[in-house]
Design a protein around this ligand. Structure first.
Ligand code: NAD
Ligand code: LMR
Length: 323
């Protein structure tokens, strides 16, 4: 039997966690032979609700769950954590942009970045889900000076999966037929879902769809999908967000099949300035991700990448006191 992996999840009593925790406990994230210890963080007013969630986890009698801890103290939740899923934050409502949450949520990520720095495993892998995810990940990473900034990532996998699903539906194919999908930039309405590199059953995606659909339907649909879900459900995406978080960590730990999109510290690749968390095409192997280099970027793509980079820079400006 493998040693248990400690998985810390913040916002344990929230909507996303209600899907996420049970799937992790069932082995969907780290594999069916990987035991886990769940370390759940909440704020004091949500501790009763968290207790209820923990009762339900116990009632599932998951063979892989070796222990479950619920706490309102970050230092306890992150103690020796191997994986931290930072989900706990306010979600947006109808008519808001994710950046409107910047001030409301930013402090959470400076406190938690410090606690991860001081208490988590030195090899910890951190995924920020709480919005605005990229800039929150930057805040958390900046508050963890003893760790490598690359240990902090932001969730772009939901956008990536949305893009796969839209293209598969349009071309009458399966998501598994698509390779080299990329979402660049910010988890916001400026993100650039890019099919110019993608293939469907080995054929260039751009040869299978018309340009008008790509520019005026596909791109805005993926960019605004979060708002469309809020409009339809009256609450922001939860099960699909949990599923994307599982995919992100699964691939980071176990390796990806081809290219996936991850929000990671920009390192100058593709001309994107360092100091922001930018979504890049990456491949994962042996617990590490690597940016896919040397893709040919046309003028249309360059322009879209610049817009989303500029937005991330201005978000960084808005929280500069926390960095
Ligand atoms: P929710 O309101 O249902 O749950 C959030 C939970 O976090 C609540 O239980 C709250 O008590 C808790 N919380 C608040 N502050 C906390 C803190 N300091 N420490 C620990 N827990 C804290 O919201 P949700 O629907 O689960 O969404 C959570 C976040 O994820 C939101 O910011 C939402 O916008 C974001 N989100 C991101 C993506 C993405 O793709 N990156 C997708 C969906 C949702
Ligand atoms: C999403 O993309 O569904 C989430 O980020 C929630 C939101 O505010 O759109």
């Amino acid at each position: 039997m493998k040693e248990p992996v400690r998985v810390a999840i913040t916002g344990g009593a929230g909507q996303i966690s209600y899907s996420l925790i049970f799937r992790i406990a069932a082995g969907d994230m780290l594999g069916p032979d990987q035991p886990v210890i769940l370390q759940l963080l909440e704020i004091p007013p949500a501790m009763d609700a968290l207790n209820g969630v923990m009762m339900e986890v116990n009632d599932c009698a998951f063979p892989l769950v070796k222990d479950i801890i619920g706490t309102d103290k970050p230092e306890e939740a992150f103690k020796d954590a191997d994986i931290c899923l930072l989900v706990g934050a306010k979600p947006r409502g109808k008519g808001m942009e994710r950046a409107d949450l910047l001030k409301a949520n930013a402090d959470i990520f400076s406190v938690q970045g410090k606690a991860i720095n001081d208490h988590a495993s030195r090899d910890v892998k951190v995924l920020v889900v709480g919005n605005p995810a990229n800039t929150n990940a930057l805040i958390a990473a900046s508050n963890a000076p003893d760790l490598d900034k690359g240990q902090f990532t932001a969730m772009m996998r939901l956008d990536h999966n949305r893009a796969l699903s839209q293209l598969a539906q349009k071309t009458g194919t399966q998501v598994t037929d698509i390779d080299k999908m990329i979402v660049w930039g910010n988890h916001s309405a400026t993100q650039y879902p890019d099919i110019s590199q993608a293939t469907v059953n080995g054929k260039p995606a751009l040869d299978l769809v018309d340009r008008d659909w790509y520019e005026n339907d596909f791109i805005p649909t993926v960019q605004k999908r979060g708002a469309a879900i809020i409009e339809a459900r009256g609450a922001s995406s939860a099960a699909s967000a949990a599923s994307a978080a599982i995919d992100h960590i699964h691939d980071w730990v176990n390796g990806s099949k081809g290219i996936v999109s991850m929000g990671i510290p920009a390192d100058g690749s593709y001309g994107v300035e360092e100091g922001i968390m930018f979504s890049y095409p990456v491949t994962c192997k042996n617990g590490q991700y690597e940016i896919v280099q040397d893709l040919e970027i046309d003028e249309f793509s360059r322009d879209r990448m610049k817009q989303t980079e500029d937005e991330l820079r201005s978000e960084r400006e808005a929280v500069s006191e926390l960095l």
